[in-house]
Design a protein around this ligand. Sequence first.
Ligand code: MG
Length: 201
Amino acid sequence: MGLPDRSEDLRRVAAVREHLGDGVPLMVDANQQWDRPTALRVGRALEEFDLVWIEEPLDAYDVEGHAELARSLTTAVATGEMLTSVAEHYELIRAGAVDVLQPDAPRVGGITQFLKLATLADHHHLQLAPHFAMEIHVHLAAAYPREPWVEHFDWLHPLFNERLETRDGRMHLSDRPGLGITLADQTRAWTVETATTDAPR
Ligand SMILES: [Mg+2]
């Protein structure tokens, strides 16, 4: 979504919905391409397709706009992938600007910060759908009390020796230690600099 031609956007969604049938979960992602009036207008036109969510309808930092949109639509509003801290996410959460929170652990400062966010999101009864880096997020999402979504990307495959297991649309956690992944030789070959430090005392 998010093309200059809104009717083309809607035509595509209609075609995909018709192809999939009614029972298959479908979402759209506008990648912040709309202004507030456009997001509302397209959002209303999308209601009939029973989408799971509309992702990034507005500028990632437009908290008020997202809040207004979330109040105006029955379709869930998803956002958060661009934000870089717990504090930024909390602004969205507090304003009622998001139904499906999409934090990115590497972007918000790692696993500890992500877990703080997950606690806030659960406290506010939000759905969780982490953004990118599924190799990390599948573990974090599995620890969320509500059933989460995990975005599937194979872009990082060349970095690791292992592959995430997916069956029937579900990701399966490995029983290997830690994140269950080890760096591929190719990753080491791509490394341009290394450093060793003592563990913090
Ligand atoms: Mg996205």
